[in-house]
Design a protein. Sequence first.
Length: 234
Amino acid sequence: MRLAEIPGQEKAKQILRHALQSGKVSHAYLFHGPGGTGRLQTALAFAQALFCTAGGDDACGECLECRKFEHGNQPDLHRIAPDGNSIKLGQIDDLQREMSYRTADPSRRKVYIMEKAESMTPPASNSLLKFLEEPVSPTVAILLATHAGAVLPTIASRTQPVPFLPYSPKEMLEQLAQEGYPAAHVRAAVHLASGLDGCRAVIEQIGFAEIRNVVIQLGKESTSRFTAGMVTVQ
């Protein structure tokens, strides 16, 4: 996915495109915002643009590096996610070893994306802080968190903040319709879930059509028949 294909989030995309176009890419970014706002998809699109050999403010989608990326064959991209409920010190140690390996081209970037950065244990956070203070060049870190204050202030201060705002119902309706979901299901999901990811999960779950019908039925029930409506749900 290219940055141009990310729905909404114009402020975030503007920051990233300016960095790509100007060549002033930070060594670390903090993508912060609630779930369902496209942080991970944007991080992957930005990473692809960083590897793209065509230049410009977005990935071309056609060069060898883009094709490798889209096929999941980009060895210089590393992703870190919680091991259980947290990101642990050992994971940061493994990351630092990966980042320290030399490549044939010393100017080639390495990129790592850390999901749920707020879940780092204190030892992991301290280790990452030291890594950010003395980055292995050229390395780009992309940390994802629910809000800027969710990570250590000393970590946040060493990153370029990139804000992600909640999608409006209108934006979610338009995006999900473009993705081909039935209009009636989309309208119900937007009222039942938060964010695009939540809406997709609701729509795709087994029995969604039945759930939608029950919700409609409950909406039509009068206050005096609320108990009967609950029995119907059960």
